[in-house]
Design a protein around this ligand. Structure first.
Ligand code: ATP
Ligand code: MG
Length: 368
């Protein structure tokens, strides 16, 4: 999978710009605040998900513009497809593929990308939401039904939480509580089942990468953790659904008293360990970096195994954060697919990759 050409109009700090990308490594250099990350964000949006920087489409529209668009020629499964995303203030985004209207989640069938940014280096030390986001971003691109379950879950969760918080002022709200609980249990069950399989796959794929990377000295462990109500996350979704329903029924009053949803997929996490001890609590900086890198590279390999093609790999400013040995490891591993690497001008990354080099200045891109 690769992007042959991408054009941006009114997107972030890009007025009108178009570039042709190379099939392997593309280095995007430039001083700070010129539009390097904005370009990667545009590419990432082609996967149909949210931006990795904002939940709000309106922030993507350039200051003083009424709309923004991303237009890209994507080579996917040997087929050239033209993807266009239009963002308008106050309206939903509009997606077309070869001129035909699509939903955002349908885009995952056309374009897939794995992003690695400096934030991901802290993936392991951060709160559980960062690891849930990792799972959500990856699985959504592979399973459009998962993306839908997550969207539905978020909506139901917000509604149910509002009921649990506001019922004292508006007691009638409680009439609808059970309906929301049921919907939430259904979505949770689907999400939990998908995450359990993905986590297993991630462990199987990331562990050998981490082992190689650490010269055989370290064993990476990844375990999926969900609410204890669910005794076996690999059980059928029906079974998981029943267990969550049962818990919700038994704790109905407790939820009303505490004002919180007490069970569901919003509590999930990935437990990451190095040589059997919790990475979050004990791993050194180097170990957490190695683990994060192995997980991201594993994500890329899983996409390849699932779809037959490497996803587009987006490395935002991450190489400068890695030592020389780790940089080499990444640069050697990214062969075979299209990669966009951003870095500051003074770094000598461009000379080592042999790919195309672009310079970004004030929303203009020039090939070096
Ligand atoms: P760094 O090296 O610091 O990471 P960068 O080249 O990655 O820099 P970007 O994050 O791409 O920089 O942002 C470049 C500029 O885009 C910033 O100055 C920011 O103010 C501007 N910008 C962000 N959103 C918008 C918007 N909606 N409209 C116009 N400009 C915007
Ligand atoms: Mg940046």
């Amino acid at each position: 999978m690769k992007i042959d050409r991408i054009a941006l109009s009114g997107f972030r700090n890009y007025d009108e710009e178009a570039i042709e990308l190379g099939p392997d490594v593309n280095v995007i250099t430039g001083v700070n605040a010129q539009g390097k990350t904005n370009l990667l964000e545009a590419v990432y949006l082609l996967t149909g998900g949210h931006s990795f920087r904002t939940r709000f489409d309106r922030e993507l529209i350039g200051f003083g513009c009424d709309w923004a668009s991303i237009l890209a020629d994507v080579d996917s499964g040997g087929r050239e497809q033209t993807v266009r995303i239009l963002f308008r203030r106050g309206l939903r985004r509009q997606v077309t593929v070869n001129g035909a209207k699509k939903t955002s989640s349908e885009l995952s069938g056309v374009m897939r990308a794995v992003l690695f940014s400096p934030d991901d280096l802290y993936l392991i030390k951060e709160g559980a939401s960062a690891r849930r986001r990792l799972m959500d971003n990856a699985i959504s691109q592979l399973r459009p039904r998962y993306a839908k379950a997550v969207t539905d879950f978020n909506r139901l969760y917000e509604n149910k939480t509002r009921i649990l918080k506001d019922w004292r002022e508006k007691p009638r709200l409680l009439d609808t509580l059970d309906e929301f609980s049921d919907g939430l249990a259904r979505c949770s069950a689907a999400i939990i089942r998908y995450r359990a399989s993905f986590a297993q796959r991630l462990r199987e794929t990331a562990a050998p990468i981490h082992r190689e990377f650490s010269g055989g000295r370290e064993e990476l462990g990844i375990a999926y953790k969900t609410v204890s109500t669910v005794t076996d996350p690999m059980a059928s979704t029906e079974e998981i659904y029943y267990q969550i329903c049962e818990h919700q029924e038994r704790h109905r009053q407790a939820e009303i008293d505490s004002g919180q949803c007490l069970t569901g997929a919003h509590k999930d996490d990935l437990e990451i360990s190095v040589n059997g001890t919790s990475a979050r609590s004990y791993a050194s900086q180097g170990q957490t970096r190695t683990a994060a890198l192995s997980i991201k590279l594993a994500e890329r390999d899983i996409f390849r195994a699932e779809t037959g093609e490497y996803p587009v790999l987006l490395l935002d400013d991450v190489l400068s954060e890695l030592d020389a040995g780790r940089q080499e490891f990444v640069l050697n591993r990214v062969a075979g697919g299209q990669t966009l690497i951003t870095c500051c001008e003074d770094e000598n990354i461009s000379s080592r990759t042999g790919g195309r080099v672009f310079t970004v200045a004030s929303g203009r891109i020039r090939e070096a």
